[in-house]
Design a binder for this molecule. Structure first.
Ligand SMILES: NC(=O)c1ccc[n+]([C@@H]2O[C@H](COP(=O)([O-])OP(=O)(O)OC[C@H]3O[C@@H](n4cnc5c(N)ncnc54)[C@H](OP(=O)(O)O)[C@@H]3O)[C@@H](O)[C@H]2O)c1
Length: 277
């Protein structure tokens, strides 16, 4: 049995669907099972942290999204270990790397959880993706409303990764084994600018979208629904530092899954309906 946290999220949902399609027993945790709309073959269980032992009955592996247990992650993992879980695959972040600013709040969040995982007595694998393609959902309300998208740093570069490519790596790591103690850096296959992402969404929709750069101090938290408000200012500095700077690109997705990571244009085609009014 594989327990998946964050199971209704971008990566977790794709992972549950993949594991179910391989007939793997999956327990999907969510704060609200009524609204989860997960595959019928998954055992959908309410995430509750007061008696976590029950969440792990009969389980051998855990996919960990860091906000699932937050500050209670050590106790959560201890309950998992006592119930017989042996291996945790953590969705961490590419911000953790040699020479990183260890005071950056996104670094602190993920490094703190990685330390808790290392200290848990469980075997672990860390997935460290850089920017998710799903961050582009931040422009969905504007794109549904018209052809102009206001955002920050038009020329900031990244290599956004498709959430299903992260899920595909997690699937292989969980099912095949042999990745214990490994750290996998995950990215999309090519660099693209912020304005380029908006243009690619436009092509997927058959519309000509225009990116209009706004000063970062005019950007409100509403424009960044995927970013916890306390870390927004630090993240804006990260986007600024990536203006005109080629991003890290790895081939880890292909090495582990046998299939190359999908380009942002493919992600935009896969999600075109999410941007339609
Ligand atoms: N976005 C990026 O560019 C990026 C880059 C590197 C790493 N990451 C990592 O990936 C994570 C996001 O993964 P994702 O996009 O798959 O997740 P997501 O879609 O944002 O959320 C996953 C699920 O977690 C639950 N959840 C949300 N907030 C929660 C909270 N405060 N406490 C407990 N549960 C909560 C929700 O499920 P229920 O409502 O069903 O419980 C949600 O569907 C980030 O938090 C970060 O650790 C992100």
């Amino acid at each position: 049995m594989i327990v998946v946290t964050g199971a209704t999220g971008n990566v977790g949902r794709a992972l549950v669907e993949r594991l179910v399609s391989e007939d793997r027993p999956v327990r999907a945790l969510t704060r609200d099972p009524q609204r989860a709309a997960l595959p019928a073959a998954a055992e959908v269980v309410q995430l509750q942290l007061d008696d976590p032992a029950t969440l792990f009955r009969g389980a051998s592996q855990l996919f960990l999204y860091i906000q699932a247990a937050g500050e209670r992650t050590a106790a959560f993992l201890e309950a998992a270990r006592q119930a017989g879980v042996r291996h945790v695959v953590m969705l961490s972040s590419g911000i953790i790397r040699e020479g990183a600013d260890e005071t950056h709040p996104i670094h602190v969040m993920h490094a703190t959880t990685e330390r808790v995982v290392r200290d848990s007595g469980l075997q672990w694998t860390f997935l460290r993706p850089n920017a998710f393609a799903t961050n582009a959902f931040q422009w969905a309300p504007q794109i549904r409303a018209g052809n102009t998208v206001r955002g920050v740093f038009a020329d900031s570069q990244s290599a956004p990764i498709h959430e299903d490519d992260i899920a595909a790596v997690a699937q292989r790591v969980l099912v095949d084994g042999g990745h214990e103690g490994a750290v996998h850096r995950l990215t999309g296959p090519e660099a693209i600018t912020t304005a380029g992402q908006v243009a690619a969404i436009g092509r997927a929709l058959g519309r000509d979208l225009h990116f209009v750069e706004m000063p970062p101090d005019e950007a409100s938290a509403e424009l960044f629904p995927h970013v916890p408000p306390p870390v927004l200012q630090a993240l804006l500095k990260t986007y600024e530092a990536a203006v005109g700077v080629p991003p890290e690109i790895t081939t880890t997705v292909e090495k582990i899954t046998g299939t190359p990571a999908r380009a942002f244009a493919t992600w935009a085609e896969d999600h075109a309906d999410d941007f339609r009014a």
